[in-house]
Write a protein that binds this ligand. Sequence first.
Ligand SMILES: CC(C)(COP(=O)(O)OP(=O)(O)OC[C@H]1O[C@@H](n2cnc3c(N)ncnc32)[C@H](O)[C@@H]1OP(=O)(O)O)[C@@H](O)C(=O)NCCC(=O)NCCS
Length: 413
Amino acid sequence: MTTLPVPSSAGTTAAVTNDPATNDQATTDPAATGPGAPAIADGPSGVEIVEVLAAELDSPDAWAIHGTVLLERATHLDTVGDTDLALDAGTTRATLLDPYRRMRRFVAVRDASRSPESVVGRAMVALPQVGNAHVAQVYVGVHPEWRGRGIGSALWDAVVALAREAGRTVLHADAEFSPEPPPGPGALEAPTGSGRIPADHPSTRFLLARGMRLEQVARHSVLDLPVPPEHLRSLHDDAAAAAGDAYRVHVWHDEVPDRWVDDVARLETRMSTDAPSGDLDVTEDPWDAARVRSAEEQIHERGQRYVLAAAEHVATGTLAGFSMVTYPEADADAEGDDSRPAFQEDTLVLREHRGHRLGMLVKTSMLAELDRRSPRTRRLHTWNAEENAPMLAINVALGFRPAGVDAEWEGRL
Ligand SMILES: CC(C)(COP(=O)(O)OP(=O)(O)OC[C@H]1O[C@@H](n2cnc3c(N)ncnc32)[C@H](O)[C@@H]1OP(=O)(O)O)[C@@H](O)C(=O)NCCC(=O)NCCS
């Protein structure tokens, strides 16, 4: 077992273990995960940092998962004005179990009660296990009423130390803003030439002060559902006419048929190389059939379902493009008065098949099926690089409206 001293702002140190065997044990051993779980580090002003464990959601050990959710809702209300993008409990837990992206989550707690309400900050470090094994993705968020006291810094130091310990050399972080600021002295421009974030925002200042560099800005867009059927039909028919008989559309739910699973893996691999990524230090992220099946399991673990529409190139019997959406299995949230949103996952048309309107063809097929499967879903969220003009054009034609921006930051370790 390796241990890593985590400096606290109080000047003391506590040990964080970074040993996979220990982590696995920690997620299954109730004695180690109970409501009295030990702190891994002292934060400022008596705040402690505690690891979130992948406990069953209805067990007392899941307090840190539920605290993460409460914190997320408060943070999103403050940042973007609604809770659509706030992590839910199922997703918080499922991400801790992903074998392709090993994630550890932490909460900052203000007292020893080990209750969801005691959580005032959160952090995560994710280590991709296949492609991008040089990268660590990190995130910290602090309750709006608890900012400016060093909690974000303590959480940042803890997860960056773990990234370094794991041998990662590149850090990626992201931060959301709404709305995108107008051009001018108050805006920091993405080096890609497209997209801006507020220059003097606390998150921007926080990341700049930690040596991070803004690399890319993604546009966050929302589509109100359902798309008026006649509009969807007309876009679909135009795209189908352009694609002609050379392509055939398939629509699948929750499980890709065995016949196509290698093709879907190939499309997912190409997502990592064919979608614009600015100057971010990223490499190909290879997928195979087992990874497609694992991703399907993850979606199920999160309490979600999916629709995937794919375009087959008839002459070669291979997939030329696809689009996928996830939506909540239970279409009402805990309050019961509003539907939870759907999320646009990957969309890709292989370079060699572009120019036949396949992107619009698979997206309209997918949206029509989403409406049939989940008529209560009222909003669909998507993110696209601001410089990804062809994808943005499709989304704008469908009726997506800009809702904010997501800044992609990079740093070196
Ligand atoms: C970014 C964010 C996490 C910072 O959290 P925070 O708890 O306010 O962070 P800190 O208090 O440690 O540091 C913020 C500033 O407060 C100041 N500060 C630190 N300790 C302090 C203390 N004890 N008393 C007063 N101010 C203090 C520091 O000057 C620091 O500025 P710096 O960035 O120049 O060092 C928070 O604004 C947030 O949750 N934003 C939304 C989520 C987000 O965008 N995350 C992106 C990062 S991945």
